[in-house]
Ligand binder design. Structure first.
Ligand SMILES: Nc1ncnc2c1ncn2[C@@H]1O[C@H](COP(=O)(O)OP(=O)(O)O)[C@@H](O)[C@H]1O
Ligand SMILES: [Mg+2]
Length: 209
């Protein structure tokens, strides 16, 4: 399966979810490739910060030809995660065309809800060529017990894209893990962040069937 994690808005959690979902797939025993399609190379930086054995492969490919080269790039892998770029529409379009499913992280903020418009439009355009393209929103950086955290699902329902039931909470362990080039699976002793990522992975696997 090829999952593109996209949203032209920066800071919504594309890279955070990319590395942790890639880790989640890898820990089920799958061979996983993470393609960093962001010219800024944050996923590559993450991999460079890591000491010890990699959990999965990471390559940089910030070019608008991912959709043409994905079958070559992805040879030998069970799952591919594409960490999408902010802004650059050509790159985002190519990453969407390369994907079986687009996962759109959104933070519980009105700015994020409005900004999602751009990526949703790109997905609708891509569907002209790729009828079976799946797409879902995932709420990231949810703050527990806040009204905005509860209302975001309603606000997003104006879009023709489903919102995953699984959500990811604002947790410092995500940043702590990233600083060491690790997945939360490797450092989250409380297990709450891990449980959320695992729920997201399972729901995506269900949605792609
Ligand atoms: N669920 C979360 N809890 C805490 N911090 C998070 C969470 N998701 C993302 N972050 C932090 O927010 C910042 C932006 O996330 P990032 O994954 O780099 O977004 P993007 O790739 O969309 O630009 C980073 O500093 C990251 O550590
Ligand atoms: Mg990023």
């Amino acid at each position: 399966m090829i999952i593109g994690i996209l949203n032209q808005k920066g800071g919504v959690g594309k890279t955070t979810l990319s590395v942790n979902l890639a880790a989640s797939f890898a820990l089920t025993g799958s061979r996983v490739l993470l393609i960093d399609a962001d010219p800024q190379g944050s996923a590559l930086d993450w991999a460079a910060a890591r000491a010890g054995e990699p959990l999965f492969s990471v390559v940089g490919f910030p070019r608008p030809t991912i959709h043409k080269e994905i079958s070559q790039l992805g040879q030998g892998y069970d799952h591919i995660v594409i960490d999408g770029p902010p802004r650059v529409t050509e790159l985002a379009r190519s990453a969407i065309m390369a994907s079986d499913m687009v996962l759109i992280p959104v933070q519980p903020s009105p700015y994020d809800i409005w900004a999602a418009d751009e990526v949703v439009k790109l997905i609708e355009e891509a569907r002209i060529y790729k009828e079976n393209l799946k797409s879902v929103f995932v709420i990231n950086r949810k703050i527990a017990n806040t009204a905005i955290g509860r209302d975001i699902g309603d606000a997003l329902s104006t879009y023709p894209v489903r919102v995953l039931t699984a959500t990811v909470t604002q947790r410092v362990v995500f940043a702590e893990a990233a600083a060491q080039g690790k997945a939360v699976h490797e450092i989250d002793s409380a297990g709450l962040a891990i449980a959320e990522i695992e729920e997201v992975r399972k729901e995506i696997m269900e949605a792609i069937k």
